[in-house]
Design a protein around this ligand. Structure first.
Ligand code: GLA
Length: 391
């Protein structure tokens, strides 16, 4: 993305020069899925696909926001004194949610701003375009108004925006990855304590291939909230025999010892996924640290199987992609990534096998499903920050 092009688009839209440019990445989760609202481990990294924002303060209290991705929607306007969810305000609800909670915390938003947005993350692709926009808004507003609010607080307000403003009971994975990431690293996060460790993602001989099934999913309308509730129900039953406050605190052995109290077979499978996936994530991160990519890949595959069988958050398309990937020479591991119910999968593939991989997997996918998948090579990126020009 070219900085001058972004500034030019701002000028075309608002008729005067924009001032500051910000960038917020998307994320892939390498492993540790549906563990974040269960107090378990996650292991994501931020990617170079993301959301750009050009902004300039206004003298009044209005926000005028325009997205280069939805030119037909036109500019959306709202007042910083009325930050309520309105369906017709479309994508700006993410901006409004963040502003509402920042305002609640700081009471220091005194002016509105003009905002031009352009995103390179496909929507509904499970690469966190929404958390990317939330953190973009947070960092931008903080820097624009010189607020003393930490990056971690913005991460938490991003999750609150999802939970309370948009009605998705998600965990903190996406916002944390996007807010706290470091280029060249993946981040092992304990969602119970928020302790985390940056682990170098050194893959000189491999690429991480993102496979987009092009089946859109909106988690709010999916069974995402149901999954969370099922885990909570299983936890309640477990609490009658063991002293824990989240599934993520249980070892696999403890789970096996106490699982008999879970009365329902579906709840048992949901809880089993959460417990085993969290343990797997920790081990996978250890394997990566030890440069044992082979083992890391096996954990990725196991994670996918568990998400398919126990957690049931795959669809035909996102189950097919890893199955096709596993058959390709030079594939270390593959799995769905993100919330599920459509969206993207990832695979780790040897450098010189990537072209053949994309040909083969892409061809077989289209033959079976009837539409094309898209493929991108993931590159890691820093967390959300201002894009300062170097002149
Ligand atoms: C979505 C949610 C995250 C997390 C993942 C599944 O991306 O926003 O909080 O639960 O699904 O791991």
């Amino acid at each position: 993305m070219n900085r001058n092009d972004l500034l030019k688009s701002f000028k075309e839209q608002f008729g005067y020069e924009g001032e500051r440019v910000f960038f917020s990445p998307g994320r892939i989760n390498l492993i540790g899925e549906h563990t974040d609202y269960n107090g378990g481990k996650v292991f994501p990294c931020a990617i170079t696909m993301g959301t750009y924002g050009v902004v300039k303060k206004r003298a009044d209290k209005e926000v005028h926001a325009f997205s280069g991705n939805f030119p037909d929607v036109g500019p959306i306007m709202f007042d910083i004194d009325y930050l309520a969810f309105r369906k017709e305000d479309n994508w700006t609800n993410y901006v409004k949610g963040m502003m509402k909670y920042i305002q609640e915390q700081t009471k220091e938003l005194t002016h509105g701003f003009d905002l031009y947005i352009y995103g390179t993350i496909p929507n509904g692709a499970s690469l966190s375009s929404s958390a990317s926009l939330e953190l973009l808004t947070g960092v931008m507003v903080r820097d624009l108004f010189d607020l003393s609010i930490s990056q971690l607080d913005l991460v938490k307000l991003g999750m609150r925006t999802e939970n309370d403003f948009l009605g998705l009971n998600s965990g903190i994975l996406d916002q944390f990855a996007i807010g706290m990431a470091k280029k060249g690293n993946a981040l092992l996060l304990d969602t119970n304590t928020l302790d985390y460790e940056q682990i170098p993602l050194n893959l000189p001989e491999h690429k991480i291939v993102i496979m987009n099934s092009m089946t859109r999913r909106e988690l709010v309308d999916s069974e995402y909230n149901t999954r969370r509730r099922q885990c909570e129900e299983a936890l309640e039953e477990l609490k009658t025999v063991v002293d824990v406050s989240s599934l993520g605190e249980l070892t696999e052995e403890e789970f096996e010892k106490y699982k008999h109290v879970i009365s329902d077979e579906v709840l048992l499978r949901r809880a089993r996924h959460a417990v085993y996936e969290s343990a797997r994530t920790e081990r996978a991160a250890e394997a990566l640290k030890a440069n044992d990519l082979e083992t890391f890949g096996k954990y990725m595959n196991d994670s996918h199987v568990s998400l398919h069988e126990d957690y049931e958050v795959t669809v035909k398309e996102t189950d097919l992609l890893p199955h096709l990937a596993w058959k390709q020479e030079g594939t270390i591991g593959a799995r769905m990534t993100g919330g599920g119910f459509g969206g993207c999968c990832i695979a780790i593939v040897e450098n010189d096998k990537v072209d053949a991989f994309i040909d083969e997997v892409g061809g077989a996918f289209e033959k079976e499903i009837g539409h094309k998948a898209e493929f991108y090579i993931a590159e890691t990126e820093d967390g959300t920050k201002e894009w300062v020009a170097h002149d």
